[in-house]
Write a protein that binds this ligand. Sequence first.
Ligand SMILES: C[S@@+](CC[C@H](N)C(=O)[O-])C[C@H]1O[C@@H](n2cnc3c(N)ncnc32)[C@H](O)[C@@H]1O
Length: 265
Amino acid sequence: MFEFMATPMAVPSTARSNVSARDTRVESAAGASRSSKTTFSAATESRQRLYPSIGNPHYLVLAKRRQIFAEWIGQIAGDNLRVLDVGGRVQPYRPLLGIRVAQYVALDPVATEMVDLVGAGEQIPVESDLFDVVFCTQVLQLVDDPAVVIDEIYRVLRPGGSFLLSVPSSSPRFADSDGWRFLPPALRTLLRTFSHVIIMPEGGTISGFFRTINSYLYIFARRPLLTKALGFTLFPALNIAGLMLDRFSNGNDSYAVNYSVLAIK
Ligand SMILES: C[S@@+](CC[C@H](N)C(=O)[O-])C[C@H]1O[C@@H](n2cnc3c(N)ncnc32)[C@H](O)[C@@H]1O
């Protein structure tokens, strides 16, 4: 397991099996059963973000993001990919790379069995031009200065490497540190050093409307039992309505609630 280092370090070039690396960490942890439980819940959370159920209040953006990311990842050339996940405590999009990963490094300020480097995206403790792919999904709204994180990601990405980003443009504040929302012009400014940038809304304006109602309900439900009940009733109904009616957005994304971005260095 990598430790946070104040000075840049080179991530060892030897390809390692992520499964065996993670197993080793779990086995060597002091409280084995607690560690396994933590890893299990992070893995479950990761799966639910990649394959959300129709009763998930965030289904509309999560399902769309999977579709967009799967297509972009399919266009990335090569095997033996070196991948960095900034804010990688949960790694929903890792399975989309399949067996093409030589090394997967998760950086997060919160240390768990899933995290390889404990640290922040503002100061990534690795050498420059190292990674083929960098993920940073639903993290940028939480950092102090998104431009600093983007510049660090640019630095550690190899020339021609792919940066997959997802950011909220409109959503309730889900955490105390939740300080930013992002729209396409600002994303283009933040990513101006990249040679090629594609910005895709995770659903159009109509999908955004239904996801917003779900977010409100989720916030006001408060009690777990009520949230659970909504997961069998209103959440799926609103998700299905959003799915079916979004075609009438006709490409209008003025109220898209989340964006996926592919930026090539
Ligand atoms: C909403 S979760 C997103 C997790 C995952 N990337 C996903 O898409 O599901 C945000 C993550 O970003 C991490 N985070 C917060 N501030 C960060 C920072 N400055 N640098 C890197 N990660 C950060 C949090 O600890 C958390 O794991």
